[in-house]
Design a protein around this ligand. Structure first.
Ligand SMILES: Cc1ncc(COP(=O)(O)O)c(C=O)c1O
Length: 375
């Protein structure tokens, strides 16, 4: 299968490890191995010391799947397949879809969520936000469904907008998928990251028998380097097909990553809570920054996850502005072009500790640079 370049990943590849100030990352600062092991109980430390670096169980170790299952209400270790998140998405689409199938996917979206389906030859309809406060209306999604719709793809908490579902909207989406008998792929990579814990919603795999959900260690846990995630579903036929496809990709997971994941999941409050604290603090800092630069950009405050999608009120395109800024200041912003969503927005990431420093630099650049040509 031929596939288009993954624009966001190519853009990050240009700057992520060479520029000084990342203002668009969706992951939080990565925790150190020392931090993880300091969280571990003595029994977990023993497991770590004894870890064998041979092949591992293809579907993920029993211990890890049992630990993951505790995150859900109705899911057991048999309903889980452990793999890398991008691999999960790639395998799912290849197992489920054929050329000519119809797929509904949110936009803007992390490109792989629709690009794999597009490369298979599917027809995609995009579920657009109702407004620039990034509200997604389930009725709009239902209007996109056709008799040949095979798959609905959603992502809440949403990258890049920080949009989230209410409990009522969650139930409505399940009702829509069930009524039309469509498989629902829910990318929940930013799960348990509601900024107000009272707004948390259940995972779709606990609500709908034909939902398949994705979560992993990269975002909520600040452990992106483990390259580990999982899918959870009650659709056993689908899970077995995905396992068979995985044999042609990674076959099995890294033993070390699996064990670090077990430890982090068992002590998740020590991983997710500090990340959420940092995100809330950075959103406050960014709101103050916005108050001083309202003529320059709009800032719809995100409800969940680690990112927001701001609207740049400038004449030049987001890509031109971001390229100029990264070259002149070392600050990397991710323009909307990388989400194939016009050219006026940019993603902000709230998971990094150096936000005050970066905002000071950006503020100075806004003041000094004559090239901004406000529209
Ligand atoms: C919505 C979404 N899904 C999947 C992924 C992939 O996660 P990972 O980096 O752990 O492969 C990302 C990463 O940015 C994402 O934002």
């Amino acid at each position: 299968m031929k596939i288009e370049p993954f624009k966001l990943e190519r853009y990050f590849d240009n700057y992520e490890f060479t520029t000084q100030y990342l203002l668009s990352s969706s992951d939080c600062d990565g925790y150190s191995l020392e931090y993880v092991l300091n969280c571990a109980t003595s029994a977990e430390k023993k497991l770590w010391n004894d870890v064998r670096l041979g092949y591992t169980e293809a579907r993920g170790s029993l211990l890890l799947r049992q630990t993951i299952a505790q995150q859900y209400k109705t899911i057991t270790e048999n309903d889980i397949l452990v793999l890398s998140p991008g691999e999960a998405n790639f395998i799912l689409m290849n197992v489920v879809l054929e050329a000519g199938d119809h797929v509904v996917c949110m936009t803007p979206a992390y490109q792989s969520l629709y690009q794999v389906a597009k490369s298979i030859g599917c027809n995609i309809s995009f579920w657009k936000p109702e407004n620039e406060h990034w509200h997604y209306n389930p009725d709009d999604l239902e209007n996109l469904i056709k008799p040949e719709t095979k798959l609905i793809i959603i992502n809440f908490p949403h990258n890049p907008t920080g949009s989230f579902l209410t409990k009522a909207a969650t139930e409505r989406l399940v009702a829509i998928a069930r009524k039309h008998n469509v498989l629902l792929f829910s990318d929940e990579m930013y799960s348990q990251m509601a900024h107000d814990p009272a707004n948390e919603i259940p995972s779709f795999c606990d609500l709908y028998e034909n939902a398949i959900t994705l979560w992993g260690m990269a975002k909520s846990f600040g452990l992106a380097g483990l390259r580990l995630g999982w899918v959870a579903t009650k659709n056993q036929t689908l899970l077995e097909k995905m396992l068979g496809y995985k044999d042609y990709l990674t076959i099995c997971n890294s033993a070390m990553s699996e064990l670090v994941s077990v430890i982090a999941l068992n002590h998740k409050e020590k991983f997710i809570e500090p990340n959420l604290k940092k995100i809330r603090k950075n959103i406050k800092l960014f709101s103050d920054f916005h108050a001083a630069h309202q003529d320059f950009f709009d800032f719809p405050v995100p409800l969940a996850g680690s990112t927001a999608f701001i609207k740049l009120k400038i004449k030049e395109s987001g890509l031109v502005y971001c390229e100029r800024m990264v070259k002149e200041t070392g600050i990397m912003l991710l323009p909307a072009e990388m989400f194939e969503f016009g050219n006026q927005h940019a993603r902000i990431g709230f998971g990094r500790g150096n936000m005050p420093d970066v905002l000071e630099r950006w503020g100075n650049y806004i003041k000094k640079s004559p090239g901004h040509k406000l529209s």
